[in-house]
Design a binder for this molecule. Structure first.
Ligand code: WT7
Length: 631
């Protein structure tokens, strides 16, 4: 499946556009199917309705586990590195991982889980998280992993949206010198979740937890009660594999749905190709399994290719900013896939933390989550890769399932801070505001995709209309990404950032409407408007303009109260970096907040605010500018 030269890429790309079905059928041949497909693809982008490998039967865990046993059973599948560098790391061979997945799958079955049931997973970055994910897939249950930083309310919303039957969690998690009491958060969440029947709790931090009789069970007890044989459920290629919630410009987060066959082919193919993974290599993706990056490039992509995937529990700066580099040295990491925000944060410590660490094992570097700035790109290239490792700047989304626009390591000529070219099978185009295609090179537009690829989302859980409205209605017959993009003179794609009301904070997608709703829940707040602003480390920070007429004591304390409310409603990741109290917001006569103006003010711009003639009360702008300059 691996492309070896630029000429081969060009030829393959052309073939994938001219004959998409033949192309993807050829790729799919590299996977294990219980029964092959009757039809490669049927689709339309109006409903939308997308089916890949219709009629095929498979189980993704047989591709990720069983098929490697004979030749590579004793090869490491997962290497786990603890938050605490003093704790020994753990290696699970394919044989052991297979056994543990089967065992835990039997635990789920024993507790009444059936094919199609939704399971919520809220866990630390430990091997049992990957085991839980795979155990669901083994028996055809649909996993919905929730990142450990979300609040009880966010969890409850997600659990209720998809009516989860069972929750898998742990007592707590370690993140640097902090501990998160996961079980306590789950207990709070479950007060409002009538569908949840059982909670399985892994022992990890061993903090005291309450265990409710009849509902809560210990992971360690349960796995003793079952055996290690668990045949893989036969799944239809278009059966649901997982739901992953993600924020958009309006409303509550939506449950992006991925299906078994297409997702597997796409995650496996893109992993093998873009990173040029070679047998025996150690792949270290620093994301959390709670995000799509972790699903596709810690769990499914690497394991489907028989790779060794490294799971790291902690954070890049704990106990020191040498941690990533020490992990690379300790485990002889060959491919390091991380985020611009991590690079910028580590860059701020200079090169001292890299001194004396042997990183000669590194062969390929990767970046994901947000546009990488040139300074960070060069630092990564020079200080980490010693100018010997290609950097694959991979553009993609929760909805795309896998990499879309990305260099192929050792194949695509690189350009700093540029996602370069579409991978085979990906057909991007740029459109103007009216949806008219912008042709030629050296142009800017809104990034759309005009043809399906196997890893694309199929729907948003429980609300297909929302999927249609969000992704397929802005521009008829096109999938709209929400990103702005430039195509340079050489036809290279460079993502410029979101063009909708979504903020990208440290590579995490946060909807402005969601943050506003959370702020508005705070007593005393009348109204608020949230925009992004450039932030040195996070890429974008959150700037909140808040109308709060009767501040009951010091404004600084009130700001902290508001942050607390946001933490309660969404989670700490959505806390505004700046709060500005204002007496009014710039609105049009029809009552629409002019965010364009607020964005400029948040960026520190005070003069060229553009046309303000449609404002109901232009004076409010001067007042906000004056207040912002004080902040
Ligand atoms: C949004 C998707 C896909 C994994 C992590 C984020 C931005 C992602 C890049 C990149 C520029 C990027 C886009 C995209 N983004 N990768 N290499 N260059 N921007 O997943 O939470 O679904 O967010 O992240 O704006 O739309 P996500």
């Amino acid at each position: 499946m691996q492309i070896k030269s630029l000429a081969e890429y060009e030829e393959t790309y052309k073939f994938s556009v001219d004959h998409p079905e033949e192309f993807w059928a050829g790729i799919a041949e590299n996977f294990l199917w219980k029964k092959k497909w009757d039809k490669v693809l049927s689709w339309n982008f109006t409903e939308p309705k997308i089916k890949w490998f219709e009629g095929a039967k498979l189980n993704i865990t047989e591709n990720c586990l069983d098929r490697h046993l004979e030749k590579n059973g004793d090869k490491p599948a997962i290497i786990w590195e603890s938050n605490d560098p003093e704790k020994p790391s753990v290696t699970l061979t394919y044989k052991i991982l297979h056994e543990q997945v089967c065992r835990f799958a039997n635990v789920l079955k024993k507790n009444g889980v059936k094919k199609g049931d939704r399971i919520c997973i809220y866990m630390p970055m430990v091997p049992e998280l990957a085991i839980a994910v795979l155990a669901c897939a083994r028996i055809g249950a649909v996993h919905s992993v929730i990142f450990g930083g979300f609040s009880a309310k966010s969890i409850a919303d997600r659990i209720n949206d998809s009516a989860c039957k069972l929750v898998i969690t742990a007592d707590g998690s370690f993140r640097g010198n902090k501990q998160i009491q996961l079980k306590e958060v789950i207990d709070d969440a479950l007060i409002g979740c009538p569908t949840v029947e059982k909670v399985i709790v892994l022992t990890h931090t061993r903090t005291p937890v309450s265990m409710l009789k009849g509902r809560d069970l210990w992971y360690e007890d349960e796995i003793k009660l079952v055996d290690t044989v668990c045949p893989a459920e036969e799944m239809d290629a278009e059966d649901m594999l997982f739901i992953l919630y993600t924020s958009g410009s309006t409303g509550k987060p939506k449950g992006v749905v991925h299906t078994v066959g297409g997702y597997m082919v796409y995650a496996g193919y893109t992993f093998s190709n873009a990173f040029n993974y070679q047998p025996g290599e150690v792949f270290f993706c620093t994301a959390d399994i709670g995000w799509i990056t972790g699903h596709s490039y810690i769990v499914y992509g690497p394991l489907s290719q028989g790779a060794t995937t490294l799971i790291f529990e902690g954070i890049p700066t704990y106990p020191t900013p040498s941690r990533f580099w020490e992990i690379v040295e300790k485990h002889k990491v060959n491919i390091l896939y991380t985020a611009p925000t991590a690079i910028r944060s580590l860059m701020s410590f200079g090169t001292e933390p890299l001194n004396g660490i042997d990183m000669s094992s590194l062969r390929v570097l990767g970046s994901v989550g947000e546009p990488i700035n040139e300074e960070a790109w060069h630092w990564f290239d020079e200080e980490v890769g010693h100018k010997k490792c290609p950097i694959v700047d991979t553009w993609w989304q929760t909805e795309t399932g896998g990499l879309m626009i990305s260099p192929i390591a050792f194949v695509t000529p690189l350009k700093p801070a540029c996602a370069t070219l579409p991978l085979p099978g990906v057909q991007p185009l740029l459109v103007d505001e009216q949806g008219k295609e912008i042709e030629g090179n050296g142009v800017n537009g809104n990034l759309c995709i005009k043809f399906p690829w196997p890893g694309m989302l199929r729907t948003t859980y429980g609300d297909h209309e929302r999927c249609k409205q969000t992704y397929f209605s802005t521009y008829p017959e096109l999938y709209f990404t929400g990103d702005g993009c430039m195509r340079d003179e050489n036809g290279y794609y460079k993502i410029t950032g979101r063009v909708d009301d979504v903020i990208n904070v440290s590579g995490h997608r946060i909807g402005t409407a969601e943050v506003e709703n959370a702020i508005n829940m705070h007593a005393g707040v009348v109204e608020s408007a949230v925009v992004g602003f450039p932030h040195e480390v996070k890429g974008q920070g959150i700037y909140a303009f808040v109308i709060y007429p009767k501040i009951h004591d010091e404004p600084e304390l009130t700001k902290k109260d508001i942050l607390q409310t946001v933490t309660r409603v969404i989670g700490a990741i959505a806390k505004p970096d700046k709060i500005l109290f204002v007496s009014g917001l710039p609105k049009t006569r029809s009552g629409k907040i002019m965010r364009r103006i607020l964005r400029k003010i948040a960026e520190g711009e005070t003069t060229s605010l553009g046309d303000t003639s449609t404002l109901l009360d232009p004076a409010v702008v001067d007042e906000i500018i004056a207040a912002a300059q004080q902040l």
